[in-house]
Write a protein that binds this ligand. Structure first.
Ligand code: GAR
Length: 224
């Protein structure tokens, strides 16, 4: 590596990804960060479950992993251990990627503005679990996914990016999940890039992105 290359590598923000399961968003972030010029490097993947499938994939991609088991643990004790590990490893940004454990307000406040999450709906609609089944049952014609800053309230916080997808007639929750997940893998690496580049400004609930191009057109479902 050249001296310039080494310097820019050092300037990349150190990111930890927190997972609980499959880890497909984790993999999308790792793959994006492997590209030349990406402003963040995935330094660590932490799971709160030892059997999370994503751990093996992270290791296979050459990323350091850790397990901080949460089952039966007091929330404050778990969060204190997590916080200590993140600081010990010099982590600057935390990405929640299918991390299915509530974090204490104290922990969240300590990482406010530096911790982001992906949720498989167009927030503030369909917070919580079992989103795609509820979307289908509600008869929604459009759904999507959201990347947002994490605040103490679950599935809340300033929205960085969203992608919308149609819900075709007869779509099952699994169909919707697959269509939404494909878009999650697009917007999460984009949002992390903008955060790591320092392009995001938060004012109240609004996030503005310096140099953002406005999206055009409309998604109408079904097509008229
Ligand atoms: C993703 O769909 C993510 O949006 C969702 O869990 C899935 C994890 O998949 N997160 C939430 O519901 C958080 N409220 P992955 O492990 O393959 O990334």
């Amino acid at each position: 590596m050249t001296a310039t290359g080494a310097a820019s590598a050092a300037a990349r923000k150190a990111v930890a990804i927190l997972i609980s399961g499959r880890g497909s968003n984790m993999a999308a972030l790792i793959d994006a960060a492997a590209a030349a010029g990406y402003p963040a490097r995935i330094a660590l993947v932490i799971s709160n479950r030892a059997n999370a499938e994503g751990l093996a994939e992270a290791r296979a991609k050459g990323i350091a992993t850790a397990v901080i088991e949460s089952k039966g643990r007091d929330r404050a004790a778990f969060d204190a251990e997590l916080d200590a590990r993140l600081k010990q490893d010099g982590i600057e940004i935390v990405c929640l990627a299918g991390f299915m454990r509530l974090l204490t307000p104290g922990f969240v406040q300590g990482w406010q503005g530096r911790m982001i999450n992906i949720h498989p709906s167009l927030l503030p609609a369909f917070k919580g679990l079992d989103v795609h089944r509820r979307v289908v049952e509600a008869g929604a014609k459009i759904t999507g996914c959201t990347v947002h800053f994490v605040v103490p309230e679950m599935d809340d916080g300033p929205i960085i990016a969203q992608a919308a997808v149609p819900v075709p007639d007869g779509a099952t929750p699994d169909d919707v999940a697959a269509a939404v997940l494909a878009q999650e893998h697009v917007i999460y690496p984009a949002a992390l890039r903008w955060l790591a580049e320092g392009k995001l400004a938060v004012s109240g609930n609004s996030v503005t992105m310096r140099g953002a191009g406005s999206a055009e057109g409309a998604l109408i479902s079904p097509r008229p």
